[in-house]
Design a protein. Structure first.
Length: 217
């Protein structure tokens, strides 16, 4: 007779669609919060002058909106290849969401201090890129989980995909850390480089679903 108190109950793998739905909600809230801090100063100055004076807020908003947008695209491309989720993958995904949910704060810091110039602008920019670098590190965790357990992948994909993507995530982490160091010295240059890199990274990610459909055909 089996003791019910010691009987092991099999753990059902978490459905990737639930992870995606939760992640989409977090990203939607974070990307909406970005705009809340863009406000006109309480001043009687000319309206056009006030609007133009908000350029640091516009730049910070554009960078963060693009960042979350690319994360969202990459996230969907990632889970299109995943058929089940294990513990390490859940941890990596939560780390990504941690950075996404936190991003409005360094965005506000950057918007408020970019125009200051000097040390404040450099520190604000480096802080912003530190958050971005940690986010890239979270993707390393996610792809490491897949590399260790290729059974997480849908049929047709192998661990080679995880190895390639892990290498790209490492490169992204190093690149963001390097741009953050540049930001300490020349913040505007670092932000422009970052925006160019984000757009460059987004293009192949947006093309990925078309490649998948072509392969299926």
């Amino acid at each position: 007779m089996t003791d019910a108190s010691t009987e092991e109950v099999p753990v059902r793998p978490l459905n990737p669609s639930r992870v995606e739905a939760f992640s989409d909600g977090v990203m939607a809230i974070a990307i909406t919060l970005l705009v809340i801090d863009i406000r006109l100063p309480e001043s009687q100055d000319d309206l056009l002058k006030q609007l133009l004076g908000l350029w640091p807020s516009y730049l910070a908003y554009l960078g963060s909106f693009a960042t979350i947008g690319v994360i969202w695209l990459s996230h969907h491309a990632f889970f299109a290849r995943i058929r089940q989720v294990n513990g390490l993958l859940q941890v990596g995904n939560l780390l990504v969401l941690l950075c996404v949910a936190f991003l409005p704060f360094p965005t506000t810091v950057l918007a408020h201090h970019l125009e200051d110039g000097g040390r404040n602008a450099g520190v604000a920019t480096a802080f912003y890129f530190l958050t971005a670098a940690v986010q890239a590190g979270a993707w390393i965790v996610m792809w490491t989980a897949v590399r260790r357990d290729p059974a997480l992948l849908r049929p047709g994909y192998s661990a080679d995909v995880a190895r390639v993507e892990t290498r790209q995530a490492v490169i992204g982490f190093v690149a963001l850390a390097a741009v953050g160091v540049i930001g300490l010295v020349v913040p505007i240059v670092a932000l422009v480089l970052y925006l160019v890199a984000v757009v460059g990274y987004a293009l192949p990610v947006m093309a990925w679903p078309r490649r998948v459909r072509g392969r299926a055909a």
